[in-house]
Design a protein around this ligand. Structure first.
Ligand code: NAD
Ligand code: MG
Length: 389
């Protein structure tokens, strides 16, 4: 059934934290009455992916994991839902004619499929910050050339997007990204040295996937978000500020040349940002918990500590050096993070590895094409893996 009045949606990374929240928002905003889901994609969790595909009557379900192809096929036998696998399967999902694509694959693995959707002009709801960290202006250019909208879903960038009106862009002085400070905000370096992934994943305010939760503990998540913001809002490095705000009620702020600061506030629930990206330029109605200011009574702020959280300093360096340093920072970080999760390296070693790899690759030329971005990412991973041995 092809009803042209319905919007056609694809969710890349539907089985993750953002993906399941996206399907929840779609359901609440009218489900199959208003939307056709074209494709859903996952990785290892085949039962959930199959259940989602059946529930939303997707045309195509894709597992990123080639070895799970037969499992997914078996799980969807008799449903009429098409099945694909691997990197080519993800590209196929991205290239199907959805009007709106949620980019919620975690890590650099999300870059190629998101680019494919951007190039053919889909509106991109961008949760995957790695696209902008690694590919920067090349990614922005691909979206512009494709002709679709770039709708930030990362809560900070969504907040800025909400309060930054196009006609006032010239008057933006700075943006202020808020950071919860993570579970180790008040911990000493010594206390952080021996923490395990299980301890590091416990985020105080947000419920998120494993990797971004640990990145929040090391503040590499904020580091990625600084670079993401620079590209998204065409800022100079010095215009990107970070303030630790433990309650995560202010999701970020924009400071203007007249001294005004505009902020977006809300309870920490990603469905606000997802709903905004789906309904833009309108607003939708969502059952998010409402802020009770009397109950809150106070909001706290503190400067980030770049000695305990060197990721912030490394992000600033990557922004200033430019070129492919974003891809290098991210590639090295992903390799170090995987090793930390596997228990093969320490929590503090992650930033040390990233810094060493950035030192070694400081002279790489800026990327002229996406291939240069992928090559820089690959080099960074290789060097980081060498340092782990
Ligand atoms: P998650 O780990 O919960 O989900 C990741 C999704 O990607 C899953 O569907 C998984 O199956 C899929 N996936 C994993 N490895 C893959 C691979 N190699 N190839 C293809 N698909 C793969 O992660 P998440 O928390 O939902 O985060 C997704 C993205 O959104 C990340 O880039 C993250 O930084 C960003 N983000 C998340 C939140 C949040 O609240 N969770 C907030 C802001 C931004
Ligand atoms: Mg964020």
């Amino acid at each position: 059934s092809h009803d042209s009045a319905k919007r056609r949606l694809t969710i890349l990374g539907s089985t993750g934290s953002i993906g399941t929240n996206t399907l929840d928002v779609i359901e609440r905003l009218g489900g199959r009455e208003r939307f056709d889901v074209v494709a859903v994609t996952g990785n290892g969790n085949i039962p959930l992916l199959a259940e989602q595909a059946v529930k939303v009557r997707a045309e195509l379900a894709v597992t990123a994991n080639d070895s799970q192809y037969e499992n997914l096929k078996a799980a969807l036998a008799g449903t009429g839902i098409q099945v694909a696998a691997g990197k080519s399967g993800l590209i196929e999902a991205a290239e199907r004619n959805a009007d709106w694509v949620m980019a919620a694959i975690v890590g650099n693995a999300g870059l190629a499929p998101t680019l494919a959707a951007a190039r053919r002009g889909a509106d991109i709801a961008l949760a995957n910050k790695e696209c902008l960290v690694s590919a920067g202006s090349l990614f922005i250019d691909a979206v512009k050339k494709g002709g679709g909208r770039l709708l930030p879903v990362d809560s900070e960038h969504n907040a800025i997007f909400q309060v930054l009106e196009e006609h006032q862009r010239h008057a933006v002085e700075r943006i202020i990204l808020t950071a919860s400070g993570g579970p180790f905000r008040t911990k000493s370096l010594e206390e952080m040295r021996h923490v395990t992934a299980d301890v590091a994943r416990a985020h105080p305010n947000w419920s998120m996937g494993l990797k971004i939760s640990i990145d929040s503990a090391s503040m590499f998540n904020k580091a990625l978000e600084m670079i993401e913001a620079k590209h998204l809002f065409a800022l100079e490095p010095a215009q990107v500020e970070v303030i630790v705000h433990p309650q995560s009620v202010i999701h970020s702020m924009v400071g203007y040349t007249d001294g005004s600061v505009l902020a977006q506030l809300g309870c920490p629930d990603m469905r606000t940002a997802i709903g905004y990206a789906l309904s833009y330029p309108s607003r939708c109605s969502l059952p998010i918990e409402r802020l009770d200011f009397a109950k809150l009574s106070r909001l706290d702020f503190e400067a980030p500590d770049e000695v305990r959280f060197p990721a912030i300093r490394l992000a600033r360096r990557a922004m200033v050096e430019g070129g492919v340093q974003g891809a290098v920072l991210n590639g090295a970080k992903e390799t170090a993070l995987d090793a930390f999760i596997a228990g093969r390296t320490g929590f503090l070693a992650m930033a040390e590895i990233v810094e060493k790899v950035m030192d070694k690759l400081a002279d790489l030329p800026a990327a002229a094409t996406m291939d240069d971005v992928f090559a820089a990412d690959e080099k960074a991973r290789h060097l980081a893996a060498g340092l782990l041995r």
